[in-house]
Design a protein around this ligand. Sequence first.
Ligand code: NAP
Length: 432
Amino acid sequence: MAAPVSSVSHRPHHIIVFGATGFTGRFVAEEVARCAAERTGGGSLKWAVAGRSRQRLEEVLERAAERLSMPEVRTDTEIIVADVSDEESMAAMCQQGVVVLNCVGPYRFYGEPVVKACVENGAHYVDICGEPQFLERMQLEYHTKASDKGVYVIGSCGFDSIPADLGILYTHRQFKGTLTAVESFLKISSGSKGMCGHDTTWQSAVHGFADSGSLRQLRKKFGHKPLPVVGAKVQKRGFVFFSKEIEQYAIPFMGSDPSVVKRTQRFLYDEEQQLPLQYSAYVGVGGLFSVVKFFCGGLIFWFMTKFSLGRRLLTRFPSFFSFGVFSKAGPTMKQMEDTCFSLTFFGEGYSENTDPSKGRPNAKICTQVIGAEPGYVATVSAMVQAAVTLLNELHSLPRRGGVYTPGAAFYKTSLIDRLQNHGIKFSVRDHQ
Ligand SMILES: NC(=O)c1ccc[n+]([C@@H]2O[C@H](COP(=O)([O-])OP(=O)(O)OC[C@H]3O[C@@H](n4cnc5c(N)ncnc54)[C@H](OP(=O)(O)O)[C@@H]3O)[C@@H](O)[C@H]2O)c1
């Protein structure tokens, strides 16, 4: 589906890709160019790239023009020079765009000035952050300011955590009755060279683990009461277990999905009076040998994140300490082409006309979200479709601006349909 934009403002650009010189930002810029070319007569999508080096941004446009066989990308796309550490340049950038796609990370180090400049200068903000500390701190500190300004700040619009957050919404909608608990299992398949992530995501993980204690303190500041538990309690699993569901060993998923889904559930409970779901997320790690490797690697990682020399070594040698899963060069195109993901949801609840406060669940559902390589293909599609949805369906977002999860922001929009058309497929596998 194309990306016509009904004008929401007189700003020169509908979308600004900030951090377009980064590993992910370059793909985001290409995807925006592709969407702009898909226009169907409903208006054009005007966009620009932004970053701290004009020369590197020119190279990005050059490469995009060549890869897409669209010379106009090089000649017609505006370049905005802006540096996170230069407040004036950030304000000037944000004043020129309706939505800023922030690809500058790690977000814990560089994200806040971008959120602040967007809120103060009336630009909506979308990122692909997978760092719960940053996401929740932005909600705590900027929700009211963004709401007052009518600005939408929507974090975690990449693989972290659109498939999980919208997958839960989808599962809920497909279930006939009262859905009370969902477990998800992530499986990533890759070719002979294995999957690979870029160094900056590794750095985010190292610093996020090192600082995990601060998340508990931060959450206390929200002063939330626990969400009510509806229906039978979700099954408790061990730290490692063999999952019949995905036929491999699985461990709890340590990314941002559980925290993002929980924030969405709280929003839906508060704003839409929807009964909250219990949610547990797991990831497949493979056979027994992989479990041992993962366990040893995990222990070393956890220990080394605790002191600064350890963190320095981890960030200096990502490939060595991650067994090649992360590297400074990032994945090759071949590695990306050979990688895909599936996220399978197993939900249980109570059929229509059954009281969820009584007895065991009597209905089940299995749904799935599948897509291409998660980090730089699915993430890019998800981020750009989130931005296109924001531009086209602003009237269907929550009534007031604020800091939102994707599920909360896009609950009433057609984002799932847009994703279906852009390589991220949602389906029901079984419903009993
Ligand atoms: N949710 C997901 O699944 C997912 C997937 C992929 C990536 N991510 C996240 O996205 C972020 C970017 O990852 P990446 O691998 O693309 O990182 P990267 O290649 O290191 O790119 C970082 C970008 O930030 C820019 N930058 C750094 N400091 C800046 C400053 N002071 N002012 C302006 N720009 C600055 C860099 O510009 P220069 O070129 O000038 O250095 C570059 O464009 C990370 O936080 C990563 O974790 C999330």
